[in-house]
Ligand binder design. Sequence first.
Ligand SMILES: [Mg+2]
Length: 188
Amino acid sequence: MLVLHIGVDLDNTVLDATSSYLQYYNKASGLSLAPADVNDYYFYRLYGWDNEQRKTVYHKYGYDIHWNSKPFPMAVEILQQLFEKHKISIITARPLLFHEVTVKWLKHHNIPYHNITLTENKLQECISSKVDVLIDDAPHYAEEFALQNKPIILFEQPYNSSVSNDIVYRASNWVQVIKHVDYLDSLS
Ligand SMILES: [Mg+2]
């Protein structure tokens, strides 16, 4: 029997989305931002774009952005290890338009999972599918989960450093992620 139900975000949690986005956003804008410039979760704002402009660029380059993203060190190995013992649900806020490239990318990188859901309402999804812990980088999900007393493992990024709460477990790499999972497992 699988022990914990773990929700796993993709962008900037399993894979380096920042580098891939910047490559194509720089191309679209003519600017040359570097990962060190990114201090905003909504980093399209660093290009001076509004949400409509972001959508146009994202719809044009999104396939390439997602296909060319690289997994973070040890993410694949540790997800393979977690999959042996736990239920893994990929929960990403990517739009349905990019469902196919997402599934193809996961297969290409040998990342195992039981379910995949594309939704922006991660809290609702985690409640209805009884997820025990979410691994994510987004500051707004960390705040939402903490308010509901639901544990979250926050994958450290420059834009989430101000989030702090007893129920938020911070991890700066995947070895730290699995240590938090083992700890939560020991409580269950
Ligand atoms: Mg993310």
